[in-house]
Design a protein around this ligand. Structure first.
Ligand code: CA
Ligand code: CA
Ligand code: CA
Ligand code: CA
Ligand code: CA
Ligand code: CA
Length: 704
């Protein structure tokens, strides 16, 4: 279907006698289409035309400029007619990119980032007020250390943050760029190993995707968000698996207004450009740029820059700037192609372009952590589920108890430091309740699912040492194949304490906890029911008597938490036609007065958190993300398993309570997993939620 459409387009174009040399589309013709260059720039000063960027003048698009990075010289600025406007020759520059609306000293700035190949550092500039000079706006050196062959900028449509990707030596470095005292500062976010030969890159903001070329291999795609898995997807490969004949060099994207686009890649050894559809990954065609109208052919192009924004009558559908490595005996230069010529030469359908100077208008709700815990000792997926314990006398002495599912259970102070690491098998989920009566004395108890012994581990919290002590009456067998999720419940009716355990097969068992008479806690099964598929996260509401359970691929269910509650249930939200993306993971409740407050779920599949009203039918309120904090350098949270929240005052650091999440990817720098702590007021203000300052977790049903 697509092919026949292309043929019809190209026939129509051929009969209209558009560029005379234009043959059938690439797929039909092994030599591809032939497209003329509209303009060429003056020869570069240093004979090293390598990479370019387009600096759009939003007020007067025809006055937009081309930035040329010349490996033998600096940065040169050209008008769209190819004439030289100005140059920055103090540094050797081989790569350059542009992003708009970077807030610098409070004003939106078109940010130009270049790579200084002598100093091996990134340098940020803005266009001078004279419109022809470049003013350095980065402060300290942004050292890439390794030699860089590809550079591209990204503004996250999720957080609004700016990033630079720098590729070279088998690695792509991701840097966050931010305003620090009115100059551009950078912080290394992560290194992504991508294989040798990875060089040029291009970012598609709408897809949150980074594309990069790898010389002899092809074009790959990575998620550009810092909190994502660095797992590359092959987009288009070298022969015989794909269209590329020689080394793949520069790449750039022609963005469509509807979100799709076309990736143009330099198949440099054969001086050909390949066009790949971003949605289907199919080749749309290929072309060469032949000598035409006094402008020479384009040979062995390195870098490419593209805009789909109409700039002038000559470039009504935008343009592509390509470096020409052999300029008929003169120094290398850049050729400017009208996209209208490329589209007609290859029979590409008409599509509206984008204006990259527009400000993002659909940012997600984001908050940042103020504290992160020490990383766990085990590699891989190891931290899992936190529970917040509120100290009875000194709120600032409260602790975070976190399962370390390869090893045991950890206790952290509110500054993130480790107070205790208790080896006790593979503890998966944890929860706690206050004031269990043991031999007539109230004890705060913690329960965990122990997958080493398929049992329930039970500990008491020693308020003096702030550490856990084993209180289980031996090994409390669950009788389950794979005890996984866990949450606790104290009945407002009877005052009895319960533990819910969820098996990975969906079986849910409710255990009642008892004082065994000799200082230990025993448990007895009082109820069980089956959910169809894997369940883990759960939370019970000690005031309303409701149990919420997450069926990971399906949604959030609501049951009675009472032992005689049976199997009646209703659905709070669904991954099918609701607001959440599987897996549904950890659940917790923010208690406010009069049954008000919030139910919060880890929306793991979208690296966000879902908020619902605690009362009534749990109306969905919205989603938020936990992203990096510039001031402290603490990274955001993603792929969250367990979480917990409290409205209790935890002292000066968290006077309005805290939200704690497991972070599946602890980066900046790369470290083993940990937990992130977000002050509640940050979430309340970002999401428009209430802050309740009267919660006493020990009062349970006596809360108003
Ligand atoms: Ca040439
Ligand atoms: Ca995990
Ligand atoms: Ca899970
Ligand atoms: Ca993280
Ligand atoms: Ca988990
Ligand atoms: Ca970190």
């Amino acid at each position: 279907m697509k092919n026949s459409l292309l043929i019809i387009f190209s026939l129509a174009i051929a009969s209209a006698c558009q560029p005379a040399k234009s043959p059938k589309p690439g797929a039909e013709n092994p030599t591809g289409a032939v497209v003329p260059a509209s303009v060429e720039t003056r020869p570069t000063a240093g004979d090293g035309a390598n990479d370019s960027a387009i600096l759009i003048n939003a007020a007067n698009p025809a006055a937009s400029l081309i930035l040329g990075a010349d490996t033998g010289g600096g940065l040169e600025l050209y008008r769209l007619d190819g004439t030289l406007v100005g140059a920055m020759n103090e540094r050797r520059i081989s790569l350059v990119d542009v992003r708009y609306n970077f807030s610098l000293g409070g004003s939106d700035t078109a940010l130009i980032v270049a790579y200084d190949s002598t100093a091996t550092e990134l340098v940020a500039f803005r266009l001078g007020d004279d419109g022809q000079s470049l003013v350095q706006v980065s402060g300290g050196a942004i050292e890439t250390k390794a030699e860089i062959e590809g550079l591209c900028l990204y503004q996250s449509p999720l957080s609004g943050k700016f990033y630079a990707f720098a590729a070279g030596k088998g690695m792509i470095q991701q840097w966050e760029l931010y305003d620090q005292n009115e100059s551009v500062a950078a912080r290394k976010i992560r290194d992504m190993p991508v294989g040798l030969g990875a060089a040029h890159c291009a970012v598609h903001d709408a897809e949150r995707a980074l594309y990069y070329s790898q010389e002899t291999v092809g074009v790959w795609k990575l998620n550009a968000e810092p909190e994502s898995e660095a797992e590359a997807e092959a987009i288009s490969l070298a022969e015989p698996h794909g269209p590329f004949v020689g080394d793949v060099k520069g790449i750039a994207i022609y963005e469509h207004q509807d979100g799709g686009g076309v990736l143009m890649a330099s198949d440099a050894d054969i001086s050909t450009f390949q066009l790949i559809d971003l949605s289907t990954h199919e080749r749309l065609g290929h072309f060469t740029v032949a000598a035409h109208g006094g402008i020479g052919s384009v040979d062995e192009s390195e870098g490419i820059a593209i805009t789909s924004m109409p700039l002038s009558d000559e470039f009504p559908r935008g343009l592509a700037v390509v470096a020409d490595d052999y300029n008929d005996g003169n120094n290398t230069n850049y050729k400017i192609l009208s996209w209208a010529d490329i589209a007609s030469g290859l029979g590409l359908p008409e599509s509206a372009g984008t204006n990259p100077t527009l400000k993002l208008d659909s940012l997600a709700v984001t908050v940042s952590p103020s504290v992160e815990t020490e990383p766990v000792k085990s590699y891989g997926d190891a931290a899992d589920d936190p529970a917040i314990w509120v100290h009875p006398d000194d709120a600032a002495q409260s602790v975070i108890i976190g399962s370390q599912k390869q090893h045991g259970i950890n206790v952290y102070a509110l500054d993130g430091s480790l107070l205790q690491s208790l080896a006790d098998g593979r503890i998966n989920n944890v929860d706690l309740r206050y004031g269990f009566s043991l031999q007539g004395k109230p004890v705060d108890i913690v329960a965990g699912t122990n997958r080493t012994t398929d049992s329930i581990s039970i500990y008491g919290v020693n308020p003096v040492t702030r550490t856990l002590e084993n209180l289980a009456d031996g090994v409390i067998a669950t009788g389950m194949l794979d005890p996984y999720g866990l949450c606790m419940y104290r009945s407002p009716k009877t005052g009895s304490f319960y533990v819910f355990v969820n098996d990975t097969n969906g079986l849910v068992k409710q255990f009642e906890l008892r004082d065994n008479g000799s200082g230990r806690i025993a448990a007895e099964t009082v109820r069980e029911f089956k959910i169809e598929t894997q369940t883990e996260g759960c939370v019970a509401d000690d005031e309303t008597g409701v149990l919420y359970v997450g069926e990971e691929d399906v949604g959030i269910w609501k049951y009675s938490a009472e032992p005689d509650g049976g199997e009646d249930r209703s659905m709070v939200d669904s991954t099918e036609d609701g607001n959440i993306t599987d897996d549904v993971e950890g659940l917790s409740i923010y208690y406010a007065a009069n049954g008000e407050g919030y139910l919060i779920a880890s929306n793991q599949g979208a690296d966000s958190y879902a908020v619902y009203e605690r009362s009534g039918d749990n109306r969905f309120i919205g989603l938020f993300h936990v992203v990096a904090d510039e001031a402290t350098g603490i990274d955001g949270a993603s792929e969250t398993d367990g979480l917990d929240v409290t409205s209790a005052n935890l002292g000066p650091a968290f006077p309005n309570g805290v939200f704690v999440v497991q972070d599946g990817r602890n980066i900046t720098p790369d470290e083993r997993q940990n937990f992130k702590l977000v002050p509640w007021e940050r979430i309340a203000s970002a999401m428009g939620l209430e802050t309740y300052n009267g919660y006493d977790p020990r009062a349970t049903s006596s809360n108003p």
